[in-house]
Design a protein around this ligand. Structure first.
Ligand SMILES: [Zn+2]
Length: 233
């Protein structure tokens, strides 16, 4: 068979092999992780941290309120149980109590705010973790399918490689070298069809002498512009 025909077959095998390798790369990328899952993990971790912060704030304020109550109660007792009779001292206790109660009331307002916030965060937390478990389940299911796909693609690549090795033997070493060089330089496509007198690879007109050469059996014709190996028909 004509060399150019053998080279076209080689190019077909290489195209198929490149497509298979790209598909395998995509499968392997998806096997390493999914963007949706990563996003769900990030979101769950963020809302988890927010929840812990809010609960810490709640405990801290509650502790401070308790501390103030522990100070207020004995002072109130002293104020009303008749143990203090000095009016000046009674007034001073009253002032102190007012100050303490004001402080406690401020803290109680803060606590209310924290609790309201906590409600929202707990809702968000529930939503984020439900989404995370959905994404995890989906990812796990996909993993099975993707692993099968990777095995299938690897098998097809092995077969394409074997076919390439066999096909290479049908091309002379010199022509093979030309093919490999052009393929490397021209983005993997080393052959081009001549149609309407122009190169199908770069659309530049092909001189008549080169076109005639493309018809001959064993001599390769190359596009003077892009160097691709030309074929007709
Ligand atoms: Zn060309």
């Amino acid at each position: 068979m004509a060399q150019v025909t053998e080279i076209r077959t080689l190019q077909e095998i290489d195209d198929e092999s490149a497509a298979l390798r790209a598909a395998l790369e995509d499968v392997e990328r998806r096997l390493r992780g999914s963007e949706e899952l990563n996003e769900a993990r990030r979101e769950a971790a963020a809302v988890d941290g927010e929840l812990a912060d809010a609960r810490r704030a709640q405990r801290r304020i509650e502790g401070e309120v308790e501390g103030l109550t522990a100070k207020i109660e004995p002072e109130e007792k002293r104020l009303y149980d008749g143990s203090v009779r000095n009016p000046k001292e009674l007034t001073s206790i009253q002032h102190e109590l007012e100050a303490l109660k004001q402080q406690r009331s401020k803290l109680e307002d803060q606590l209310l705010e924290v609790m309201t916030n906590l409600d929202r965060i707990e809702r968000d937390h529930g939503i984020a973790f439900r989404r995370l478990s959905q994404e995890e389940a989906r990812w796990e299911k996909d993993q099975g399918d993707l692993k099968h796909e990777a095995v299938r693609l690897n098998d097809l690549i092995t077969r394409a490689d074997a076919r390439r090795e066999a096909q290479k033997l049908k091309v002379t070493p010199r022509n093979l070298q030309v093919y490999e060089e052009v393929r490397r330089r021209r983005g993997g496509v080393a052959v081009a069809r001549v149609s309407g007198g122009t190169c199908g690879g770069c659309r530049v007109g092909i001189p008549e002498s080169v076109r005639r050469q493309a018809f001959t059996a064993d001599q390769l014709a190359q596009c003077p512009n892009c160097e691709r190996i030309l074929y007709v028909g």
